[in-house]
Design a protein around this ligand. Structure first.
Ligand SMILES: NC(=O)C1=CN([C@@H]2O[C@H](COP(=O)(O)OP(=O)(O)OC[C@H]3O[C@@H](n4cnc5c(N)ncnc54)[C@H](OP(=O)(O)O)[C@@H]3O)[C@@H](O)[C@H]2O)C=CC1
Ligand SMILES: O=C(O)[C@@H]1CCC=N1
Length: 267
């Protein structure tokens, strides 16, 4: 049985856990390591998985998913280092932390894979990008892909691109939520109730996302099809351009990339 342990079942760890359970992973194949008893109780009640000590988790599991915050990885590795061996697989989802960081602290030869998933794992629509560390072979990448595929789309990219990936798809859902939040506020401004505005905008977002994925058309083509000559859309686009929204997005995503790089240097 390919058992796995999730260290830190917070927002992202829980999103992965929920997907693994939906995908049919039996509760006895998964353990979690959590600091808070209350959180452990919640996870047991909701997902039927046990919370155990780090030592028990390492003894129990072949695959170790590290889903604690980047600033907590170092302390966790102090505990794990003497326990983990090269027949196990470490999968890290921590933003910014390079595989080299793990390899320097764990026993020689322990395979490490860095993954950047995102919270749409909760609805099986995650984007997960994998990069192999120095000791990770094809079989390890394949095992990590098999783990993540049930919760969404999976790609492999070189680790040198992981900070950019973190800024694009790791944080990406937050940008869309932010945009939707602002558009609902615009509905309020125009005298539409919050409930109705949310319904209109969320369905428009879903429709637009489906077209982006399925139409085979470039976003510019799709936007042009909405933008009638002398019409309403171009009046809005002019304001978006006047306020520098495109430049703001470029700056924002660059800042996220830089923060990911910085996290990797801090810890
Ligand atoms: N949220 C997201 O969208 C994404 C997050 N990530 C990455 O996932 C990781 C987790 O992020 P997120 O879920 O948002 O953060 P959370 O704070 O929600 O989750 C982290 C969890 O780990 C627990 N924890 C901390 N230290 C330990 C430890 N030593 N042993 C066991 N559990 C521990 C925390 O407990 P406590 O609260 O008690 O500290 C908390 O429950 C981060 O590294 C982040 O970069 C990656 C992609 C997307
Ligand atoms: O904000 C963060 O640092 C994490 C990593 C990517 C998404 N959330």
């Amino acid at each position: 049985m390919d058992t796995l342990a999730i260290f830190g079942a917070g927002k992202l760890g829980e999103a992965l856990l929920s997907g693994l359970r939906r995908a049919g992973r039996a509760p006895e194949e998964i353990v979690v390591v959590e600091r808070s008893e209350e959180r452990a109780k919640f996870l047991l009640e909701r997902y039927d998985v046990r919370a155990v000590s780090p030592a028990d988790a390492v003894a129990h599991a072949r695959t170790l998913i590290i889903a604690v915050k980047p600033q907590d990885v170092g302390v966790l590795l102090d505990t794990l280092a003497p326990l983990v061996g090269p027949d196990q697989l470490v999968v890290s989802v921590a933003a910014g932390i390079p595989t080299k960081y793990y390899e320097q602290r764990l026993a020689d030869g322990v395979p490490v894979i860095r993954v950047m998933p995102n919270t749409p794992a909760l609805v099986d629509e995650a984007m997960s990008v994998l990069s192999a560390g120095a000791h990770a072979e094809e079989k390890h990448l394949a095992a990590a892909e098999a783990l993540l595929r049930p919760v969404g789309k999976v790609r492999r990219l070189p680790e040198s691109q992981q900070d950019a990936v973190t800024a694009l798809s790791g944080s990406g859902p937050a940008y869309f939520f932010f945009l939707v939040e602002a558009m609902i506020d615009a509905g309020i401004l125009l005298g539409i109730s919050r409930e109705v505005a949310a319904d209109l905008i969320v369905q428009s977002a879903l429709g637009a996302a489906t077209m982006l994925r399925d139409s085979g058309q470039h976003p510019v083509q799709l936007r042009e099809a909405v933008t009638s000559p002398g019409g309403t859309t171009i009046a809005a686009i002019r304001e978006l351009e006047r306020h520098g929204v495109r430049a703001a997005l470029l700056d924002a995503i660059e800042a996220a990339r830089d923060r990911s790089t910085e996290l990797g240097r801090l810890y």
